[in-house]
Design a protein around this ligand. Structure first.
Ligand code: FES
Length: 91
């Protein structure tokens, strides 16, 4: 059986991630372990938690604008910057 799922490609940090069209940015992050989004003010890694726009743990920069990863749909060519990418962290 032929797979007809349309795919889009986004960049998470420096990595290319292919994901089914209509997937959230949070889903793209989950494909790029460890899937963290940012550092808390105390320096702890954060990741999507509620998945419905309430907790704001999934804040990332998408094409230079701060977005909630769980509420943003991936588009072909998107650049998703996490704190990991911005700080050059090891996570
Ligand atoms: S995961 Fe909670 S707001 Fe996105």
């Amino acid at each position: 059986m032929k797979n007809t799922t349309a795919m889009v490609e986004v960049q998470v940090g420096g990595a290319r991630v292919r994901i089914p069209a209509g997937s959230s940015v949070a889903a793209a992050l989950a494909q790029q372990p460890p899937g963290c989004t940012r550092l808390s003010v105390s320096g702890q890694w954060r990741a999507p938690l509620c998945g419905m726009g309430v907790c704001h743990e999934c804040r990332v920069l998408v094409n230079g604008r701060e977005c909630l990863a769980c509420q943003t749909v991936c588009e072909n060519g998107m650049h998703i910057a996490t704190s990991t990418a911005r700080t050059g962290g090891a996570a």
